[in-house]
Design a protein around this ligand. Structure first.
Ligand code: CTP
Ligand code: MG
Length: 170
């Protein structure tokens, strides 16, 4: 089931909003263009916390759905490994998105349609492939995942903003 597959990636992407803070990943350093590499919105705590949360979600998921007909994987080790890889991919994709945003001169927190929502989920899934943990997805599956992410990402950010966890509603 698609939601079970992507859930660790979603949690890895969302948790830095709560867990983030402190030293930025780029440690304040600038790229050749004189602009920040990633900016203050990408922190080490967010990075490590996101990977840890996503991986933990995989362990929990294994506990809950292993053996069920809609289970994606057939062992706990696969769930945890896949969740770890997806989390790394999600945080990598998120960093890549910020890297591109900074190159355009955009300040952290400014919205960028598609680049804010999609790199994390695409990289999360792609990171599974070299390890043989990416399930066979049809074109429709990919479309569902991308469209669902495009809807869920702004929706969860809006909720996080209302709860006072996030400065901006996107
Ligand atoms: N965050 C973090 N570390 C990360 C990713 C996110 O600490 N690796 C936290 C930051 O507090 C960030 C918030 O989560 O402000 C929201 O993340 P996001 O919207 O991805 O970052 P932005 O601040 O919008 O920065 P950017 O313009 O680079 O996307
Ligand atoms: Mg943002």
């Amino acid at each position: 089931m698609l939601l079970i597959l992507v859930l660790p990636a979603y949690l890895a992407n969302a948790s830095p909003v709560i867990l983030g803070g402190g030293a930025p990943v780029d440690l304040g350093r600038k790229f050749f263009d004189g602009r920040r590499i990633f900016g203050d919105g990408k922190t080490w705590r967010g990075l490590i916390g996101g990977i840890a949360t996503g991986t933990l979600a995989g362990a929990l998921l294994a506990f809950l759905v292993l053996g069920a007909p809609y289970s994606v994987y057939s062992s706990s080790a696969q769930y945890v490994t896949a969740a770890f890889l997806m989390s790394c991919g999600a945080l990598f994709g998120d960093l890549a998105g910020s890297f591109v945003k900074r190159r355009t001169g955009m300040k952290p927190g400014r919205p960028y349609i598609l680049l804010d929502q999609l790199p994390f989920i695409i990289f999360a899934l792609l990171f599974l492939a070299p390890f043989g943990l990416l399930p066979a997805l049809s074109l429709l599956d990919w479309l569902i995942i991308l469209v669902a992410t495009l809807v869920l990402h702004p929706a969860t950010n809006w909720v996080a903003h209302k709860l006072g966890w996030k400065k901006v509603p996107w």
